[in-house]
Design a protein around this ligand. Structure first.
Ligand code: CO
Ligand code: CO
Length: 308
């Protein structure tokens, strides 16, 4: 076992041969957008993301379906699956099967297996002081999805947030591997600060984040200021607020955005400083236009995160 339960990471990694390891993950979500095809795409991109966060290549996937087949048209499930298959095709991943159960609420996700060279695994526990931190997607999906549920999200914003959530982390992952990233994780349910905390703790370092540099989906500020905050955001704040040291006063909406739980969020990559500029420019060129260097890894101290 290269990565297992003792040092929890984005996915499990098991060595099959000296030069080959299998990487496995599973993820399941409830609908966040009304369009079933888009939901299938988001769920697939979200499930694949943990494989990419390990610097691995996804190969096969299996559906996990909970569906109220007594009360809901089966055509909706067909569309969810069509969305997922479209994303898997884009990722070059084969759908090999799956399992469904009858349930009151729709839930959908994938169990994904991938491969990686055992020496090339990128964990979240090897960030080093001096590394630059790159975030590849803007934050705000939790806040936007809360606004959507409240009927307060305009079509333009819905299109923006859907585009972010359906975007694969594949190319950013290849680039970070080819340039030798120190560590990486994907930003999901614990929000940027929660996942940064985890990376800092597992790596035995602290992380400075320049809050002005953190990319946000346009509209996040307005909706957060209106108080459209998902329940998970409060839990995230409670969980890691004591590990965060504020070097400046930040507006409440910005703090909220930094704790906002993400669905199918971007990669948070710790890059050796000498290649960070090139890594960022290649990531941007690959289509992650909002990607940014948002901070620096520093030596361990009392607080895990220093916010400037
Ligand atoms: Co993850
Ligand atoms: Co996960």
């Amino acid at each position: 076992m290269i990565v297992g339960l003792t040092q929890a990471d984005d996915a499990g990694v098991f060595r099959l041969r000296k030069d080959l390891a299998i990487v496995q993950t599973v993820d399941l979500i409830t609908p966040i957008v009304d369009d079933p095809v888009s939901f299938g795409m988001i769920a697939a991109a979200n499930s694949l993301s943990d494989i990419y966060a390990m610097g691995a290549r996804p190969m096969t996937a299996m559906n996990i379906v909970c569906f109220p087949s007594d009360t809901m048209d089966i055509e909706i499930l067909r569309q969810i699956l069509a969305g997922a298959v479209a994303k898997l095709d884009e990722a070059g991943v084969a759908m090999v099967g799956g399992h469904s159960v009858k349930d009151e609420e729709i839930k959908f996700g994938l169990s994904v297996s991938g491969v990686v060279h055992p020496d090339k695994v990128v964990t979240k526990s090897s960030a080093k002081a001096g590394d630059k931190l790159i975030l590849t997607k803007p934050l705000g999906t939790g806040i936007m999805n809360t606004a959507l549920k409240a009927g307060l999200l305009d079509d333009e914003s819905l299109a923006l947030v859907t585009k972010q959530m359906t975007a694969l982390n594949d190319k950013a992952s290849w680039i970070m591997v080819s340039l030798g990233a120190s560590a990486a994780t994907d930003v999901t349910g614990f929000g940027l600060l929660g996942h940064a905390c985890e990376m800092a703790e597992n790596s035995g370092v602290a992380i400075e984040i320049d809050s002005e540099k953190v990319p946000l989906i346009p509209g996040t500020e307005k909706l957060a200021a209106m108080g459209l905050l998902p329940a998970g955001l409060y839990a995230n704040r409670e969980f890691c607020e004591t590990l965060v040291q504020l070097e400046t006063t930040l507006p409440t909406w910005l703090m909220d955005a930094l704790f906002d739980p993400q669905t199918s969020g971007g990669l948070l990559i710790a890059s050796p400083p000498q290649v960070a500029g090139e890594m960022l420019s290649r990531i941007k060129k690959a289509g992650y236009k909002e990607a940014a260097i948002i901070g620096t890894v520093v030596a361990e101290q009392k607080n895990r995160i220093i916010l400037r």
